[in-house]
Structure formats: structure tokens, C-alpha cells
Design a protein around this ligand. Structure first.
Ligand SMILES: [Zn+2]
Length: 200
């Protein structure tokens, strides 16, 4: 019964669409970067793997409430390989793949948000998500960019990788340590998904 209600909620949510393909997906595969022994970017006790997983959970609950089906490639602090992440996503046809990361560089002054794509369809999704993230966070726009990262290059569904700011930048690190900022990132991604789907 719950599934039926969710289906109608999603159908009612979005009547118009720009392309048939984009409008038809109802599953979002959420890939929280890193995990287990792979901490990702790290500064003191601030670990990218924790920030990414928390943001992924926030995104999951928002999307579920809107009637989307969600799949998490990992749901706690354990290691999974890049091929495992991709094969989880590629099990779904009517879906998009969203990898969540936070950035790191040795230059502490570098800041901002960026989204990466590999395919043409991924490019459209990345541009919507990037623009929505910038609107929500009012932070430095490092743009949607082409990249050959494993998880987006090997996905058979539209796939992007979002970097929600730099762990290595003090002001951004302070923000991402607080729940409201990760909530804002999750909401920005939701906005972008909705726009990509042709709903807003
Ligand atoms: Zn990462």
C-alpha cells in the first residue's frame, strides 16, 4: 500500500518533462564516497567518509518522502570497492547514480562546490545539480565538469559525482561539520534532480 501511495505521489509531482528518458526514472542510487579504512579527505577528526555518509542519509530520506525509490551503495562505515559501487548502480535501468564526496587539496585557500560527469546525460544532470547547489549554499561555483572518475565512467545509467566543499578549507570545514549545511547540500541535490526530471 505504501508503495502505491508513493508511486502516485511521484506521478503527481511532475507532469511536464523535457525528455522522456529523464522523466521516467524513479530510482536514485546514492553512493556515499569512501568508507572503512578509506577515510577520504581528512583534517583532524573531520573525515570525508563520515560527511559523505551523513549527507547520503539526508538525501535518501528527502527522496523517499517524495516518492522516489532509493538504493544506498553503503549504509554504514565499511569499505566497498569502486566496481562494487558501479555494479550496484548498474543493476537498475530506470535510475540515476549520484556519488557524494567532499573535497581535499593541499592548498588551504581553495574552496567551493563542483560536480563531475562523464556521459552527455550525466552532463545535464550535473549542470542542474551544480546550479541548484550553488543557489542553496551561495558558495564558490567550481562548475559542472567532465571527468573520467571510475564510478561515473563505468555507470550505464546517468551518473554524477558531487564534491560538496573542501575539508582542507577552514571556513568550509566548519560549515560541513554542522548538520544544517549537510542538509542544505542534500536539498540542493534534490532540487537539481527535480529540475533534471523536468519537475521545476
Ligand atoms: Zn572523495
Amino acid at each position: 500500500m505504501k508503495a502505491i501511495i508513493q508511486f502516485f505521489a511521484l506521478a503527481a509531482l511532475c507532469v511536464l518533462s523535457h525528455t522522456a528518458d529523464a522523466a521516467s526514472f524513479r530510482t536514485v542510487v546514492i553512493d556515499a564516497g569512501h568508507g572503512g579504512h578509506d577515510n577520504g579527505g581528512q583534517w583532524g577528526r573531520v573525515y570525508e567518509k563520515h560527511l559523505a555518509l551523513d549527507t547520503a542519509f539526508r538525501l535518501e530520506s528527502k527522496l523517499k518522502a517524495m516518492g522516489y525509490q532509493t538504493v544506498m551503495t553503503r549504509s554504514s562505515d565499511y569499505f566497498i570497492s569502486l566496481p562494487q559501487r558501479v555494479s550496484t548502480g548498474n543493476r537498475y535501468k530506470n535510475a540515476i547514480f549520484l556519488s557524494i564526496h567532499y573535497n581535499y587539496t593541499w592548498k588551504p585557500e581553495v574552496s567551493g562546490l563542483e560536480s563531475f560527469y562523464y556521459s552527455e546525460e550525466g552532463k545535464r544532470l550535473a549542470q542542474y545539480v551544480q546550479n541548484s547547489l550553488i543557489q542553496r549554499t551561495h558558495t564558490v561555483d567550481r562548475n559542472a565538469k567532465y571527468a573520467r572518475f571510475y564510478v561515473i565512467r563505468n555507470s550505464t545509467i546517468p551518473a554524477i559525482l558531487v564534491e560538496g566543499g573542501f575539508v582542507s578549507n577552514a571556513p568550509e570545514r566548519d560549515r560541513m561539520k554542522s548538520g544544517w549545511f549537510r542538509e542544505t547540500i542534500a536539498q540542493g541535490i534534490v532540487d537539481g534532480i527535480q529540475r533534471y526530471r523536468g519537475c521545476n
